[in-house]
Design a protein around this ligand. Structure first.
Ligand code: HEM
Length: 179
């Protein structure tokens, strides 16, 4: 399955294209998104706001259950490092987890289906709304929401098509992976 087929299937599912989801991250002459979101502190805040919501989602035990093997502080730290790296800051995620992000493979141990992607995205949408650095930056908020909406659905779609050896889930450090 080529990445273009996966992208097209994702767009059909969530209504956001790959380019729309990534436009602020891809444009060379844009102010670095990392500065707009408030650098490390802003990434930490987004991750904390998001996981505060996730771990308080007692009304949806089926969703909360997906996070049962994680602690909130560890989940916040992983997501924080990922965001810093994604938005153009230092490679903090790589320092902790190894060279490859493997977003799809890492989620293979969890029940990530369409319903979970929608719940996840809703928590993130509300976290973005509460973010103090992005308060007046509607463009950045819109792009962030689209990025997470797209990526959550991409994880669902791509999981179906990955070879089993690519779906070694879990949050351990990777050693010697070539993809
Ligand atoms: C589709 C719905 C999703 C569900 C149900 C889900 C669930 C989970 C769970 C249970 C973990 C383990 C928590 C931990 O201990 O770190 C995790 C980790 C993680 N998730 Fe998700 N996730 C989803 C979507 C996403 C999206 C859209 C992103 C990023 C754009 C993302 C990024 C990450 C990262 C970076 C980690 C840490 C992985 C590691 O370092 O091992 N997730 N996710």
């Amino acid at each position: 399955m080529s990445k273009f087929v996966l992208r097209s299937a994702t767009e059909q599912l969530c209504g956001v294209s790959h380019d729309e989801a990534h436009y602020l991250l891809n444009t060379q002459d844009q102010e670095k998104f990392f500065d707009r979101i408030g650098s490390e502190e802003g990434c930490r805040q987004l991750s904390q706001l998001f996981y505060d919501r996730v771990f308080a989602d007692k009304g949806n035990p089926w969703f909360l259950q997906i996070f049962a093997s994680s602690t909130k502080s560890e989940a916040v730290d992983n997501q924080y490092r990922f965001l810093v790296q994604l938005f153009g800051g230092p490679a903090l995620y790589q320092q902790k987890k190894g060279k490859y992000t493997r977003l799809v493979g890492r989620h293979a141990n969890y029940s990530v289906n369409l319903k979970a992607a929608q719940r996840w995205t809703e928590h993130m949408r509300l976290a973005i709304e509460d973010h103090t650095f992005l308060k007046h930056d509607e463009e950045a908020k819109d792009m962030l929401h689209k990025y997470f909406l797209y990526t959550a659905h991409y994880i669902v779609i791509a999981s179906e098509y990955m070879r089993s050896d690519q779906l070694s889930g879990g949050t351990n450090v990777d050693t010697g992976r070539v993809w």
